[in-house]
Design a protein around this ligand. Sequence first.
Ligand code: ZN
Ligand code: ZN
Length: 153
Amino acid sequence: MTTNRGRKHVIRHRMTSTGESYVVAAKNLKAMKDMGATAEAVRTQRWRPADSLDVPCPCGGTCEPGEKCDRCHAVHRHVARAPGSLTDVETWMDKYDCMGCASSYTLTVVLPGRPWGIAETIVQGGSAEPVVRARVFPGVVHPMMRPETPAED
Ligand SMILES: [Zn+2]
Ligand SMILES: [Zn+2]
C-alpha cells in the first residue's frame, strides 16, 4: 500500500539522519505526530469567543454560523467547543450563546483530521468483542469523561 510505503520511507529517512534503529525511529516519529495532534486538539478547544460578529470566529471558522434567537432576535455566538462523543474522536460539540438573552444551544460537528484524542480498539479477554475506547489528549477537557481515570465497564 502506498501509505504504508510512504510511512516506511519517512522512518528510513529518520534512521539515516539520526542513526536510530527502525523501532526507535518509528516510535519517535509517532510521539512527534501525537504531540502535534495534541497541540492541535488543545488549540481546537481553547480559544476565547469573539467580542463581535464582525470578526471571524476564533475557533478557526470550523463552526456553523450562529442561529437567530427566537426569543430576542439577536444572534447566537459560538462560545465553546468540547469533545462531543465518547468513541468518535473527530466529533466535537459546539456551544452557542445568544448575544441578547440567556438562550443557548449545542451543535455536533465533525472535524476531520482534528481529533480530540486517540481511539483504540481493545480486546478484553479471549472471547470478548473488541471495544473502541478513546483516550483524550493531555490538555483537552472532555465533558463526559474524567481525566486520568481509566473507564471501567
Ligand atoms: Zn466558531
Ligand atoms: Zn436571545
